[in-house]
Design a protein around this ligand. Structure first.
Ligand code: FAD
Ligand code: NAI
Length: 474
């Protein structure tokens, strides 16, 4: 007889492993199928998906190492610290990153054991529905489940005519494991990966040129943040970012990569030693038998779901990068929790209006809620308070005063509609704004909260005061 479960999750990334753990916590017999996509050197399946293996975690490890290198080279001196010549051993940096990945991915296996989630290594594929139970094939063995959660994630989008070998021409997989600092690095796409990984290799000494198709820089961010980021990245940090270009050919020869592109009326050529292609990601919706069971997929390849991540099929749910919405690990995790709670008969919920975005460049960029442009386009009357970190004692002490916090609040109700940060530790500071928005707080609520002194969070306090035109330190 086939193995029987209440819930089978296909995919062990953040959406899937969290759905599985939460379902098991709620007393449901749960299995998680994970393919060999990110197997360790011994061929053992690794959990954690893109995020832990070739995404969030490894990229942040490299960002940290390269930031320390940058500081040792350029910032220590202002504190009176002289280091002499600072050297970077890329192999050690990459090994450290690999160790963190190993620690976290094996940690999830431990969490599965602790919570009694059965790990089924192999490729999951729908077989069909029999007696109201879904049959799913895992490498030739069929398991049965009342509920199936699809959490198959996404993969890097590649461009026609640009063959990715993950040695010289790389997507996120190869770009996180370079064995040396390329002298000249080309990047196609000035999105989140292009900026984060471009920053890593720039700090380590590469000459970095980023070619972006769209004429606007960081179009999804608040325009004031995007403007400040542009100034800092291009003028202070020397990232060469070219906007509004059209790639016409990419040739990979013995001497590296030659990219031909059009910029305005001009035809240009960029020669580089390595190339990162970071032009977005595609959902993995065609590898688990969706068509065979009639699972609805939209024209962009995403699994169609309602606000509770229910698909068109009974008791089939989908979460994370494979469904529409921002491709962010924490969004997928929230959906995983919601689905597990709904399956268990609880009232699961995700507040899509309060999902934070973070770009881990230096300065960091973080936001939640609406941008000023969006509010204008929607005709919403708002008040804005913006305070630079230059006016913050902690930022001065840290020697890092770039950026600001901008708060947008409804002109009528004072309810916070959006918070936009560019600056040191924006990734941590945004949590206060997310909490505030989750609880429908007003700018005045933040203005009346005692913020520890001296901290960067005082800038949030001041931004809230500035909404009412009464900042105290600016
Ligand atoms: P995935 O993590 O892609 O996991 C899906 C899993 O399903 C994979 O392990 C895959 O092997 C498995 N699978 C697929 N098909 C099958 C099948 N048929 N059978 C069995 N298993 C299958 N997000 C953030 O929030 N913060 C960040 O800082 C961040 N940094 C990133 C940096 C990079 C370089 C990249 C590429 C992404 C980053 N992301 C970040 C995005 C984040 O990694 C994804 O949003 C997140 O991993 C999506 O989780 P998921 O569970 O939906 O899918
Ligand atoms: P992205 O969507 O952030 O950026 C892709 C960029 O490539 C866009 O600016 C787009 O205009 C450009 N582009 C597309 N086609 C092009 C072409 N032919 N030529 C030149 N430019 C082109 O995608 P990216 O950077 O690949 O990252 C994928 C996703 O991974 C992100 O959208 C995000 O969801 C997730 N991610 C999240 C991170 C975080 O939360 N800090 C970090 C890294 C990735």
């Amino acid at each position: 007889m086939s193995k029987q479960f209440d819930v089978v999750v296909i995919g062990g990334g953040p959406g899937g492993y969290i759905a599985a753990i939460r379902a098991a916590q709620l007393g449901l017999s749960t299995a998680c199928i994970e393919a060999e996509s990110y197997a360790d050197p011994k061929g053992q399946v690794r959990l954690g998906g893109t995020c832990l293996n070739v995404g969030c975690i490894p990229s942040k490890a490299l960002l940290q190492s390269s930031e320390l290198f940058e500081q040792a080279n350029h910032s220590f001196v202002m504190h009176g610290i002289s280091t002499g010549k600072v050297a970077m051993d890329v192999a050690t940096m990459v090994k450290r990153k690999d160790n963190i990945v190993e620690q976290l991915t094996s940690g999830i296996k431990g969490l599965f054991k602790k919570n009694k989630v059965t790990l089924l290594p192999g490729h999951g594929k729908f077989v069909g529905l029999e007696n109201e139970r879904w049959r799913v094939d895992v490498n030739g063995e069929v398991v049965e489940a009342t509920h199936v959660v699809v959490a198959t994630g996404s993969q890097a989008r590649h461009l026609p005519g640009i063959p990715v070998d993950n040695k010289v021409i790389c997507d996120n997989v190869g770009a996180l494991s370079f064995d040396s600092v390329p002298k000249r690095l080309g990047v196609i796409g000035a999105g989140v990966i292009g900026l984060e990984l471009g920053s890593v290799w720039k700090r380590l000494g590469a000459e970095v040129t980023i070619l972006e198709a769209v004429p606007d820089f960081l179009a999804a961010a608040d325009a004031a943040v995007a403007k400040e980021a542009w100034k800092t990245f291009t003028q202070k940090q020397g990232l060469n970012i070219q906007l509004g270009v059209k790639i016409t050919a990419v040739e990979h020869g013995k001497k590296g990569v030659r990219i031909s592109y059009e910029s305005g009326d001009e035809s240009k050529v960029l020669e580089c030693d390595r190339l990162i292609v970071s032009v977005g990601r595609m959902p993995n919706s065609d590898n688990f038998g969706a068509a065979e069971v009639g699972l609805a997929i939209n024209e962009s390849g995403f699994v169609v779901v309602d606000a509770h991540c229910r698909t068109n099929l009974p008791n089939v749910w989908a979460v994370g990068d494979v469904v529409p919405g921002p491709m962010l690990a924490h969004k997928g995790m929230e959906e995983g929790i919601m689905v597990a709670e709904c399956i268990a008969g609880q009232k699961g919920h995700v507040n899509y209006a309060a999902i934070p975005w973070v770009i881990y460049t230096h300065p960091e960029i973080a936001w939640v809620g609406k941008t000023e442009q969006q509010l204008k386009n929607e005709g919403v009357e708002y008040r804005a308070g913006q305070i630079p970190f230059l006016a913050n004692g902690r930022a001065l002490g840290q020697g890092d005063t770039t950026g600001f916090i901008k708060m947008l609040a409804c002109a009528k109700t004072d309810r916070i509609l959006g918070v936009h940060i560019i600056g040191n530790n924006a990734s941590e500071l945004i949590a206060e704004a997310v909490t505030a928005m989750e609880f429908s707080a007003s700018a005045e609520d933040i203005a009346r909260i005692c913020h520890a002194h001296p901290t960067l969070s005082e800038t949030m306090h001041e931004a809230a005061l500035a909404v009412d035109k009464r900042p105290l330190h600016f």
